[in-house]
Design a protein around this ligand. Structure first.
Ligand SMILES: [Zn+2]
Length: 63
């Protein structure tokens, strides 16, 4: 007896997260290729940290 199980496609396709820090005037903000973006920050470091948090939340290892 042979029963064929349907192929399980449980793997979530990890959409690409590529964060770019942009500057506008004296503000910095991070934007991601997935559509996410951080609020404008005065600190580039803060925008960068939020970007890292976003990557961590989505299981993407920061480069
Ligand atoms: Zn993203």
């Amino acid at each position: 007896m042979h029963s064929e199980l349907p192929a399980v496609t449980g793997a979530v396709r990890m959409s690409e997260h590529r964060v770019v820090i942009s500057e506008r005037g004296s503000f910095c903000f991070a934007t991601c290729t997935c559509g996410w973006f951080s609020p404008a920050r005065r600190s580039r470091d803060l925008a960068r940290r939020e970007a890292e948090d976003h990557l961590a939340d989505n299981g993407a290892a920061p480069a």
